[in-house]
Design a protein around this ligand. Structure first.
Ligand code: GLN
Length: 199
């Protein structure tokens, strides 16, 4: 049987675009860098990288990409956001800049920079039980947290030894996936592999 190579876009306005692109192409996926609306046509999925969500959302508006991205999500394509990407996929945002818009799609309430200034970055080994991944070293950098999830959202991981409901770090809703950490900055491609399985 011949299977067609899948094509995944990486939103390439700001952030760790290269790291996501490398992980995806190492998995045998064709990668397109998305900078304008026409780049979205014929993609099987899209990754929204980590970076600075206020900057990315401003650049999305400047490139007239907000509606095309919302349409892409509505078309039930697979989309994965890491860190700033999680913020951009959230329906409700806390501690965003007043003029900050999200693309939305996942029925979650996310708090930006939820660990405060004292905790800039840290690593923690976590289990992603619902998708069969254990001992994943998660890298958090000025990370957001999910404070509330809607009924359609599956919680994939939360930080251990803390109140489960307010320390959620990975969620899935249909074909939409989000992590508050950065698997693209580690050598561990299991989350990207799982994402590719959703395409
Ligand atoms: N704190 C950043 C923001 O608000 C996200 C950090 C990251 O993507 N590493 O966008």
């Amino acid at each position: 049987m011949v299977t067609k190579t899948k094509t995944v876009g990486v939103l390439a306005l700001q952030g760790d675009v290269r790291e996501h692109a490398k992980m995806l192409s190492d998995l045998g996926v064709a990668v397109t860098l998305v900078k304008k609306a026409t780049d979205l046509s014929s993609l099987d999925g899209l990754v929204i990288p980590g970076g600075e969500s206020t900057t990315i959302s401003m650049l999305i508006n400047r490139a007239n990409l907000m509606q095309p991205l919302r349409d892409f999500i509505k078309a039930e394509k697979a989309v994965y956001g890491s860190c700033a990407g999680m913020i951009l996929l959230s329906d409700q945002l806390l501690d965003g800049r007043t003029d900050q818009e999200t693309i939305g799609g996942i029925d979650i309430t996310v708090r930006r920079n939820a660990f405060g200034r004292q905790v800039d970055s840290f690593e923690k080994e976590i289990d992603l039980g619902p998708i069969g991944i254990s001992k994943f070293m998660a890298v958090f950098i000025r990370a957001p947290l999910v404070e509330k999830v809607g009924g359609q959202v599956e919680i994939i991981a939360a930080l251990p030894n803390t109140a489960q409901d307010s320390r959620i770090v990975m969620v899935q809703q249909g074909n939409l996936l989000a992590t508050s950490f950065h698997p693209e900055l580690t050598g561990d491609n299991r989350i990207h592999k799982y994402f590719v399985s959703l395409l």
